[in-house]
Each structure stands twice: as structure tokens, then as C-alpha cells.
Design a protein around this ligand. Structure first.
Ligand code: HEM
Length: 236
């Protein structure tokens, strides 16, 4: 596909109507439920392998992490493509991340530990990957709780944004949780780490560009009334 055809295709996608975006959102909603439906289907058909509990917990954990990374892809993708309506899908993706994290945690509590609280407490204290998992989950809760428009208004845009910036720490912790869990084959955590590095890297790059743009020329020598103004006294 040449550049002109790509531009044309993008222009069509940019011009989606509200109705079309709403339909796309409904399709995405169904797609997000698909992994759960598949898991239920496999459980029903006894097709979860030798260790079904492990399969359930792991599949749900995988999808929590995947959806978290997909959610973090929305903003860079929007900036690169100009598809502004992508932002309207972000909240739903974030809430599905939380949904799968809740199911993953529940599967650990109910199927794996069967509410054995002393054992769970021991696990949290003794196994670093569980400690990090619990921390990740605890940090996700306030984001899910403040995801509504009413909460954005109540907190105010700035505070809401500051709170939701913790999603970057959450993503790092979630990947760390996976790294610490695996004993031998690190291929998957490596792939997730690479994806996260790119997602955080582009943001850092854009932030730096924005900072430089705002400083715009502040570091160029300035002369006022025949005197060179020292750079240090002009720093913001
Ligand atoms: C209360 C919090 C959490 C607990 C107790 C927990 C517990 C666990 C356990 C026990 C496993 C290993 C399953 C097994 O081998 O049987 C696991 C794996 C995993 N968890 Fe969590 N987790 C928590 C939160 C999270 C969160 C918030 C995420 C992501 C956002 C996550 C993502 C994963 C992933 C990706 C795996 C590896 C799955 C695989 O092997 O393919 N976990 N977790």
C-alpha cells in the first residue's frame, strides 16, 4: 500500500460518525468478552489441560495484562493516526482490564486457595510475585472507582489526571509480577516488557519534545540594551 492510499484510508476512518463509533464500541465490547467465553467453553468441555485451576488463573491474568497494554496503546495510536474517537474506547478497555484482574484475583482466592486466609497472607508476605500482584491490583481499584464522568468532575481534571498517571506504575508492576512468576521460559514476560518499553518510551519522547517546545528559544542568547542576559537568569 502506498502512502497516498494509506492517507486516503486513514481519512475515511477519521471521518467516522458518532453512530459508527458507537457500533465499533459494541463490537469491541463483545471482543473483550471473547477470552472469557472461550475459557468458559473450554472449562465446560473439560479442555483446560492437566491443571485447570492454573489454566483459569493464568488465562485471566494474561488478559488483564494484555488489556492494560492495549489501553496504553490508545493515546499513541490516536496521536500517530489522528483517529480522535479512539479516546472514546479507552475507558471501556481500562474497565475490562479491571474486570479481568478481578476475575484473576477471584480465581486465585477461590479456586487456588479456597479462602484459606492464613495461607493467602503467608503467600502475600513470602512470595514476591504475589506481593507485587496484590499491589498492582490495589492500585487498579482507585482508577476503576474514578472512571465515571461524575468522578472526573468531582476530582477536577488535574487531580484526576494525576491519579490516573499511576497506570504507568501499574503496568510496570504487572509485568514485574509476570517476570517474578516464571521460573524458566521468559519469552512472554520479555515480549510484554518490550511492548511496555515502547509505549512508555514514546510518551517520554513526546513529553521531552513538548518541554523543549515550551521552552522555545529560552536558551538562545538574548541581548537587552546591549548586554547579554545570562542563560541561568532566564531559566523558568
Ligand atoms: C491480588 C492480585 C493478584 C494475585 C493474588 C495474583 C496471583 C497470580 C498467580 C497465583 C499467578 C500464577 C498462576 C498459576 O501459576 O497458577 C498469576 C499469574 C499472572 N498474573 Fe496475577 N495476580 C494478581 C494480580 C494481577 C494483575 C493485576 C495482573 C495484570 C494486570 C496480573 C497478571 C498476571 C499474569 C500476566 C500472570 C501470568 C499468566 C501466565 O503464566 O500466562 N496479576 N497471578
Amino acid at each position: 500500500m502506498d502512502a497516498a492510499a494509506l492517507q486516503q484510508g486513514l481519512a475515511r476512518w477519521r471521518a467516522l460518525s458518532n453512530d459508527q463509533v458507537a457500533r465499533l464500541k459494541a463490537v469491541l465490547f463483545a471482543l473483550c468478552l471473547l477470552p472469557l467465553a472461550l475459557l468458559a467453553w473450554n472449562a465446560w468441555n473439560d479442555a483446560l489441560g492437566a491443571n485447570p485451576i492454573e489454566a483459569v488463573t493464568r488465562t485471566l491474568g494474561d488478559w488483564a495484562l494484555r488489556l492494560l497494554l492495549i489501553t496504553l496503546t490508545v493515546t499513541p495510536l490516536r496521536r500517530l493516526t489522528g483517529l480522535h474517537w479512539l479516546t472514546r474506547l479507552r475507558r471501556m478497555l481500562g474497565l475490562f482490564t479491571f474486570f479481568y484482574a478481578v476475575l484473576h484475583f477471584s480465581s486465585y482466592l477461590v479456586l487456588d486457595q479456597f479462602f484459606d486466609w492464613p495461607e493467602i497472607a503467608k503467600d502475600i508476605l513470602k512470595r514476591p510475585f504475589i506481593t507485587v500482584g496484590v499491589m498492582t491490583f490495589a492500585l487498579l481499584v482507585p482508577l476503576a472507582a474514578t472512571s465515571t464522568n461524575a468522578m472526573v468532575r468531582r476530582l477536577g481534571g488535574r487531580r484526576w489526571q494525576a491519579l490516573h498517571r499511576s497506570v504507568y506504575a501499574i503496568a510496570i508492576l504487572a509485568v514485574l509480577h509476570f517476570w517474578w512468576m516464571v521460573k524458566q521460559d521468559v519469552t512472554q514476560p520479555l515480549i510484554y516488557s518490550a511492548v511496555l518499553t515502547v509505549l512508555l518510551g514514546v510518551r517520554a519522547l513526546w513529553r521531552e519534545q513538548e518541554r523543549r517546545r515550551q521552552l522555545g528559544g529560552a536558551y538562545l542568547p538574548q541581548v537587552r540594551r546591549g548586554k547579554i542576559i545570562p542563560i541561568v537568569s532566564r531559566r523558568p
